[in-house]
Design a protein. Sequence first.
Lengths: 112, 111
Amino acid sequence: EAQVTQNPRYLITVTGKKLTVTCSQNMNHEYMSWYRQDPGLGLRQIYYSMNVEVTDKGDVPEGYKVSRKEKRNFPLILESPSPNQTSLYFCASSSRRGEPQHFGDGTRLSIL
Amino acid sequence: DAKTTQPTSMDCAEGRAANLPCNHSTISGNEYVYWYRQIHSQGPQYIIHGLKNNETNEMASLIITEDRKSSTLILPHATLRDTAVYYCIASRDNQGGKLIFGQGTELSVKP
């Protein structure tokens, strides 16, 4: 089954403790993105990747890092999480520019 | 990417067609119209997209006006499971696949 898998689904942690949210897709897609969703602000893109070793900033990249060492994986790294990064995060992938994006089920992060 | 405008909320009776409008009056010639929906806090789900012509798939139909300034998503026989927030997005998608989600239309399908 074609899918985008995020882990963990839920995480409560404390300020400053590094964390990584993993994202994996099994569709051999080139494009992958991370979004965050906050009430009243909709979904906003954090980072995207157009292929292995090719990443770029989205609209709200501050406080986040990503890497794309393999085509299927696109982890989101919070080196020093802060409470304003408490949010619902989605990973998405698509086969190429213009094609529909497939979203994961989301990761709800709470930073205390 | 062009800005889109949608009604904040709509109701529809179960079994009836749900017609969700979207205005994108500043859309450019190479921008597609995409529709996604989000049920509760699940990941957005792709529904349909189009450029100029009307499109139909197993989920819905997309009607785009000739001047491309507006479109309508049609769910032919709405069910309770179609209750969701529906997003209309106009995008060239030439910047790493970024989709700009607005506030969407909250569709409530009622028995």
